[in-house]
Design a protein around this ligand. Structure first.
Ligand code: CDP
Ligand code: CDP
Length: 225
C-alpha cells in the first residue's frame, strides 16, 4: 500500500545497486524490487519472439504481456528460470535500448508499483526515486568510478563462469550509461532529495551499513516531528 515505506537505490550500471538493495532488504525484512530485471526480461522476450527492437509499440506489447515471477532470487519468464540468461551483456544493452521507449516504461509502471506491499520495499534501478516512487522517504544515488564498475562486472561474470573481456565491458558500460543519462524519458539522474553515495572505495558491507544508517537517521527525524 502507499503506507509501505520505500528505500530507492538508483545509479549507473554495476555501481552495486542490486547487491546493496537485496542486503538492505534482508536486514530490514523488507521486499525487494530489481526494476532492471523487468527491462531485461522484456528484452529477452523480444529476442525469443523475434520482435524488431526498432518497433516501439511491438516492444511495449511484449512488456505489457510479460509472464514473469520472482522467487528466491531467481527470475522466471513463462515459468522458465532465466536468471542467468538475463545477465548477458547483450541483453543489458538491448534492455537499455528499449528502456528509452516511453510506451515500454508506461507498460512496466504499474507492475513496479505493485511491489509496494508489506513492511517495506527496497527498489533499485534508474528512476525509482524520480518517477516510480517519488514519495519514498529515503533515496540513494549509488555511484562508483567507471574503472571500479567495469572491474566489478568483470569479476562477477568470470565468477559465474561467463567469459568476458575487461576493455569491451568498459566500452559497453559507458555506452549504456550515456544512453540512460541522455534519454528524454526518466533519464538516469539523482532525485533532488537523494543522498549521493560513492562506493568506489567501500566494501559491500560498508555500503549497506551506510544505507542502514541513513534509514535510522530518517526515522529519528520523522519521530521528532
Ligand atoms: O545492480 P548493479 O548493476 O548496480 O550492481 P551489482 O550487480 O549489485 O554489483 C556489481 C558487482 O559489484 C557485484 O559483483 C558486487 O558484489 C560488486 N560490488 C562490490 O564489489 N563492492 C560494492 N561496494 C558493491 C558491489
Ligand atoms: O545491473 P545493471 O545496472 O547493469 O542493469 P539493470 O539495472 O539490470 O538495467 C538494465 C537496463 O535497464 C539499464 O541499462 C537501463 O537502461 C534500464 N533500466 C531503466 O531504464 N530503468 C530502471 N528503473 C531500471 C533499468
Amino acid at each position: 500500500s502507499s503506507n509501505t515505506p520505500v528505500i530507492t537505490i538508483d545509479g549507473p550500471t554495476a555501481s552495486g545497486k542490486g547487491t546493496v538493495a537485496s542486503r538492505v532488504a534482508q536486514q530490514l525484512g523488507w521486499h525487494v524490487l530489481d526494476s532492471g530485471a523487468l527491462y531485461r526480461l522484456t528484452a529477452l522476450a523480444c529476442e525469443q519472439n523475434m520482435i524488431d527492437s526498432d518497433e516501439e509499440s511491438a516492444v511495449a506489447q511484449q512488456a505489457q504481456a510479460l509472464d514473469v515471477h520472482f522467487s528466491a532470487g531467481r527470475s522466471y519468464l513463462n515459468q522458465v528460470d532465466v536468471t542467468d540468461a538475463l545477465r548477458q551483456e547483450h541483453i543489458g544493452l538491448l534492455a537499455s535500448k528499449i528502456a528509452a521507449y516511453p510506451a515500454v516504461r508506461e507498460a512496466l509502471l504499474a507492475r513496479q508499483r505493485a511491489f509496494q506491499t508489506g513492511k517495506g520495499l527496497v527498489a533499485d534501478g534508474r528512476d525509482m526515486g524520480t518517477v516510480v516512487f517519488p514519495n519514498a522517504p529515503l533515496k540513494i544515488f549509488l555511484v562508483a568510478d567507471v574503472q571500479s564498475r567495469a572491474q566489478r562486472r568483470y569479476k562477477q561474470l568470470i565468477d559465474k563462469g561467463i567469459s568476458a573481456n575487461l576493455s569491451d565491458l568498459l566500452v559497453d558500460l559507458q555506452a549504456r550509461d550515456l544512453r540512460d543519462t541522455n534519454r528524454a524519458v526518466a533519464p538516469l539522474k539523482p532525485a533532488q532529495d537523494a543522498y549521493i553515495l560513492d562506493s568506489s572505495s567501500l566494501s559491500i558491507d560498508e555500503t549497506v551499513n551506510q544505507v542502514l544508517q541513513y534509514w535510522a537517521n530518517a526515522q529519528s527525524t520523522f519521530r521528532c516531528r
